[in-house]
Design a protein around this ligand. Structure first.
Ligand code: SF4
Ligand code: F3S
Length: 370
């Protein structure tokens, strides 16, 4: 992976200048932008706006903090097909701190984080995976610094925060009952807006696509009531599941080895949480669109929803939820309605802004560089 800082003489270069210097044509850049627009469910005209936005942007400093996590989110983002992690790291962002991907270690790694914060004050992006333990500062430390302290000092001058994975977004597995470390989600520790990209782990393109959107439009994408980009979390797995026709006909697998399971029938009765889980697994899938849990024969666990670990049993059908699941469902419905109403206006105005940018870009003739 790249060293921790870009060359000084390159620091002020725009991404467009950098890509031209590398021989990347306007056409291939537009192709990349079109795919990014399509996975974010933006109109085709937004591709030009994305390309223009990225071309004018400067390489974005990103500090990635990993707290109580399993490294699954990093493992996932390295499998992104478009924009790939290589696209992001080598072309669009300067990954100035990341425990797993950086070259530096020990004091040099911490120095890189401090240098990035100082040189890009007010303009760097913080990505967090993992929950933060509050029960005892000593439960999780990095370089002798507690997770809480590192988070607070790093986000103080950040431009935006992206929480990736269900641990950073909702507390996840560390926060499951009985939550021995007092694990909390990132959004509980800051007043700054947090973009949540949930999932255990999140879909790689949801992470890289969101970063590409932030760079292109210098704004956050339209979010749902849980702070997640609607482009990836706007529909339930069940809405797009290819097994849905079997659900509609009442054809359900009763066990994982019966004839129904062999025939690819609906997994509702063996515990699929697809009807109450919002994520893009059924459309974007995983490993560059190869498959997703339901296609592999297992019901959705609901891993992108708050409290999924405590929802009452992965193999219990939704129609017979336990007390905990009922409590969660009722709480989520009330909170969702309240927050959803409050965010509706800002969501609408953001969408209008994007559409305006897309329309403006569409009327500007694209400048061919090849
Ligand atoms: Fe819905 Fe799950 Fe059945 Fe797919 S397998 S149709 S998501 S209940
Ligand atoms: Fe998670 Fe369900 Fe997708 S378990 S990976 S949200 S299919």
């Amino acid at each position: 992976m790249a060293d921790n800082k870009p060359q000084n003489n390159k620091a002020n270069q725009t991404l467009g200048e950098m890509l031209t210097e590398r021989g990347v044509s306007r056409r291939s850049f537009l192709k990349f932008a079109s795919y990014t627009a399509s996975i974010m469910a933006l109109p085709a005209t937004a591709a030009t706006a994305i390309a223009d936005g990225l071309a004018k942007a400067r390489r974005q400093s990103v500090i990635w903090l990993s707290f109580q996590e399993c490294t699954g989110c990093t493992e996932s983002i390295t499998r992104a097909s478009a924009p790939s992690i290589e696209d992001l790291i080598f072309d669009f962002i300067s990954l100035d701190y990341h425990h797993t991907l950086q070259n530096a270690s020990g004091h040099a790694a911490e120095a890189a984080r401090e240098q990035a914060m100082e040189e890009n004050a007010g303009d760097y992006l913080v990505v967090v995976d993992g929950s933060i333990p509050l029960a005892n500062d000593g439960y999780s430390t990095i370089a002798g610094i507690s997770n809480r302290q590192m988070f607070e000092e790093t986000v103080a001058n950040a431009k935006a925060i992206i929480a990736v994975g269900s641990c950073a977004t909702f507390g996840g597995i560390p926060g499951a009952n009985p939550n021995p470390t007092g694990a909390v989600a990132v959004s509980g520790l800051t007043d700054k807006p947090v973009i949540n990209i949930s999932g255990c782990p999140p879909i790689p393109e949801a992470m890289t696509g969101t970063i590409a959107y932030l760079l292109s439009f210098a704004d956050i994408p339209e979010l749902d009531h849980l702070g997640r980009p609607k482009a990836f979390f706007g529909e339930a797995i069940h809405d797009r599941c290819y097994r849905r026709p079997f659900y509609e006909k009442g054809m359900f697998a009763k066990s994982f080895d019966d004839e129904g399971a062999r025939q690819g029938w609906c997994l509702y009765e063996v515990g699929c949480k697809g009807p109450v889980t919002y994520n893009a697994c059924a459309t974007l899938k995983w490993n560059g669109g190869v498959s997703f849990p339901i296609q592999s024969g297992h019901g959705c666990l609901g891993c992108s929803e708050p409290g999924f670990w405590d929802m009452g049993g992965f193999y219990k059908p939704l129609s017979t939820p336990t007390g905990d699941a009922l409590k969660y469902a009722a709480g989520a419905a009330v909170a969702g309605a309240a927050i959803g109403a409050a965010s509706a206006i800002s969501v609408r105005s953001k969408r209008d802004k994007v559409m305006k940018a897309a329309a403006a870009a569409a009327t500007t003739p694209a400048e061919e560089t090849e």
